[in-house]
Design a protein around this ligand. Structure first.
Ligand code: PLP
Length: 440
């Protein structure tokens, strides 16, 4: 409407905020969340599927805090449960019933999660999963997928490779540490494999097998392109892991939202350890390491060897535990089916628009996730998904187009739906995309 349009143009409060922020934060931000330039959209509050910014604009939110908020903002059952708990204290050194309840829920659902430990973030979850694999196998190395994001632990980052100049050969026995100043030895213990390249990855892993503790794999790596796994690729990883006694560490931090039992179950991957985060905290900070009982004994001192230290001042804080349980309990099998049905409808609608207009775009994703690519076919690996300067400019235009029409679309990253969205919201997203293709 006219008022919203006026506010869209003005953004005076956001501009003021950004000016202050630039005096206290490098780049003016704590996290990179600038969908549309010239300044970030500062949030006043969330409301279900929507965000209301400090200039009074109301956006449909397809970011949902980097896919965390599966129920959108201010999910009433979580708000009620957390409000009731707050006055009784927010963190204790002692355990609580709430952590047992969330652990029971997750181990009851996720096939490979026989035992679990809670931490504060996905980064920590991946870090402790790698440490657990090392402690169990006695081997330090990590094989990982080029371009995949697994948080900020040095060994999970190495070989993340942002620009073609740093890529090197497709499969590498050692990685360049991701960032300047990181010890070179970090890269020596990281093997880089190209997603979906069965023969190349198998030979790279086999050649380094005697120093590999784990294969770190997200079955649908989002930053690398929200890539679709070839079943033969995941099967090869399991075969080679079995052959050389290397553990499979699945990163389900983002992709647990792919189903009641998670992404591994959906894609036929049987991991030894799993890193969790995001949706399992109901909107509060969380991470978890889960896995086979035998392997999780590395965290126990009752087995004749010192335990792998794993603590954390805020780990298993009762607010995250309570919010997580309530949010996850609401995600029944039927609720996943309903949400994923919206996702399917959205992807089909966007793909139909692409076909109708014969546009050079494609949509990857499954369940409640999607990613738009400025290329005609779904990329098979990071190198195909990588955006040229022209592709990046197109995606920036797309994001800005959505922003002007009050939809927050993550720029060149995975977007997601929430259970707060309606049929009308799905149609609005598809129509906006169709309109963009029309004016392009
Ligand atoms: N692993 C994956 C696949 C992720 O997407 C993320 C975060 O986006 C992480 C790990 C790190 O999680 P966190 O940001 O909670 O540290």
């Amino acid at each position: 409407d006219a008022l919203q349009a006026e506010r869209m143009r003005d953004c005076s409060v956001s501009k003021r905020f950004y000016k202050r922020a630039r005096r206290v934060f490098p780049d003016g931000t704590t996290r990179v969340t600038v969908e549309a330039r010239p300044q970030p959209t500062y949030v006043a509050r969330g409301d279900g599927a929507y965000l209301i910014d400090v200039d009074g604009r109301r956006f449909l939110d397809l970011n949902n805090n980097f896919t965390t908020l599966i129920h959108g903002h201010g999910f009433v059952p979580v708000v009620k449960a957390v409000t009731a708990a707050l006055a009784g204290g927010t963190c204790f050194a002692n355990p609580t019933d709430s952590e047992i309840a969330l652990a029971e829920l997750l181990t009851g659902r996720i096939p490979a999660a026989e035992r679990i430990r809670f931490v504060n973030s996905g980064t920590e979850a991946v870090m402790f999963a790698i440490k657990a694999a090392r402690a169990f196998t006695g081997r330090p190395g990590v094989a990982r997928i080029e371009g995949a994001y697994h948080g900020a632990y040095d060994w999970a980052e190495a070989g993340q490779g942002n620009a073609p100049a740093t890529w090197g050969p497709a499969h590498r026995p050692s990685a360049r540490p991701a960032y300047r100043g990181t010890p070179k030895s970090v890269g020596d213990d990281v093997v880089i494999c190209r997603f979906n390249d069965v023969a190349g990855a198998e030979s790279a892993i086999s050649a380094a097998a005697d120093r590999l503790g784990c294969i770190l794999i997200d079955p649908m790596p989002s930053r690398a392109g929200l890539l679709h796994p070839d079943p033969g690729f995941l099967e090869m990883l399991m075969r080679v892991a079995r052959k050389f006694d290397i553990l499979i560490v699945a990163d389900e931090v983002l992709n647990l939202r792919q189903g009641f039992e998670g992404a591994c179950a959906r894609h036929g991957l049987a991991p030894d350890l799993i890193a969790l985060g995001k949706i399992i905290g109901g909107g509060f900070p969380i991470g978890a390491i889960a896995g086979r009982k035998e392997i999780m004994t590395v965290f126990s001192s009752l087995h004749g060897r010192p335990a792998l230290p794993q603590g954390g001042t805020f780990s298993a804080n009762p607010i995250s535990m309570i919010a997580g349980r309530v949010a996850m309990e609401a995600m029944t099998r039927a609720k996943f089916e309903e949400l994923d049905g919206f996702g399917e409808q959205l992807r089909q609608g966007m793909r139909a628009a692409i076909t109708r207009r014969n546009a050079a775009f494609c949509i990857s994703g499954e369940a409640s996730l999607f990613r738009i690519h400025p290329r005609p076919t779904i990329p098979v690996d990071f190198r195909q998904a990588y955006l040229s300067a022209e592709g990046a400019a197109t995606m920036q235009r797309l994001t800005a187009f959505f922003h002007e029409r009050a939809i927050l679309l993550p720029n060149a990253a995975a977007a997601c739906l929430s259970t707060a969205m309606t049929q009308g919201d799905i149609e609005k997203i598809v129509d906006t995309f169709d309109e963009f293709l029309d004016v392009l």
